[in-house]
Design a protein around this ligand. Structure first.
Ligand SMILES: O=c1ccn([C@@H]2O[C@H](COP(=O)(O)O)[C@@H](O)[C@H]2O)c(=O)[nH]1
Length: 276
């Protein structure tokens, strides 16, 4: 999907919500267990209930891989069910030596037809570049993650005596590898205090922001500090939406939870975005 198409979706839906499909078979409502593929049935109903409120879906690949071959089947059916105009993210956090990265790229962009894949930058440019293919496919590089362990390496100061953190060097260097139409960055909502430093380096790139909802990050804060002139954010929420209820009304409650977030986003778009 192109950048312009993504902007169009945000404008049309007044939303920059990404619904995370972290579908855990142990958390499925009991009545779904009679279906041939309960994971797909859960995702199908969540997608049908939220598609007009969000601009992206992000299945976390671990939840599907853990199920073995049947998990991949559920994932493929899920991807095929997502309306074509909605951006899809394979949250796989891949990256390896060049020829292996090429195969990861093929797996997610060709075999599975995702629009984007999350990639870990630790192995450097030759591990990321094979994902930077043409044709509306995106790399979403982990920059400043939402978890407590982000302190361990990402927050290390560079040894060159500058005041920069390692994650700032990752942004600076990797932004030369592709365009703002091919690269996005993961920045946790729990890291809102640093988001202006992020924007100083990558003012135009989209940021994929996990960490609102269950992890406690503030949607208002990340929107106020992280939006650029055309929004430039995709804010993910997984558990707070898909597990809003564990009963028969799970899809309805997921819709209500997504609607609440979308309404808040509509306000922030009006308040903080100059031109969509
Ligand atoms: O820094 C990161 C990178 C990825 N994630 C992923 O996003 C979702 C968050 O789920 P919630 O239930 O909304 O907390 C999940 O798939 C993580 O693996 C992240 O949280 N932080």
């Amino acid at each position: 999907m192109t950048r312009e198409k993504l902007f169009e979706q945000i404008l049309q839906k007044k939303s920059y919500l990404c619904v995370g499909l972290d579908t855990d078979p142990k958390k499925l409502p009991e009545h779904l267990l009679d279906f041939e593929d309960p994971v797909f049935e859960f995702n199908r109903q969540i997608i049908d209930a939220t598609a007009d409120l969000c601009v992206a879906y992000k299945p976390n690949i671990a939840f599907y891989e853990a199920q073995g071959p049947k998990g991949w089947v559920s994932l493929e059916k899920t991807i095929n069910h997502i309306p074509q105009e909605i951006f899809t993210i394979a949250d796989a956090k891949r990256g390896d030596i060049g020829n292996t990265s090429e195969l990861y790229a093929r797996a997610f962009f060709e075999t599975m037809n995702f629009d984007s894949v999350t990639v870990a930058p630790y192995m450097g440019s030759d591990s990321v570049k094979p994902f930077l293919v043409q044709g509306g496919k995106w790399v979403i590089l982990l920059a400043l993650t939402s978890n407590p362990g982000s302190q361990d390496f990402q927050m290390l100061r560079l040894a060159d005596g500058s005041e920069e953190y390692l994650w700032e060097q990752v942004l600076r260097e990797s932004s030369t590898w592709g365009t703002a139409g091919q690269l996005m960055y993961v920045v946790g909502a729990t890291q809102a205090e640093y988001v202006q430093r992020v924007r100083a380096i990558v003012p135009d790139h989209f940021l994929l922001v996990p960490g609102v909802g269950a992890q406690g990050g503030s949607l208002e804060e990340i929107s106020r500090l992280g939006m650029n002139q055309r929004c430039g954010l995709l804010v993910n929420s997984s558990r707070a939406i898909i597990y809003a209820s564990s009963g028969r009304d799970f899809a309805e409650k997921a819709r209500e939870a997504a609607q609440e977030v979308q309404r808040e986003m509509e306000q922030y778009l009006e308040q903080y975005v100059q031109h969509l």
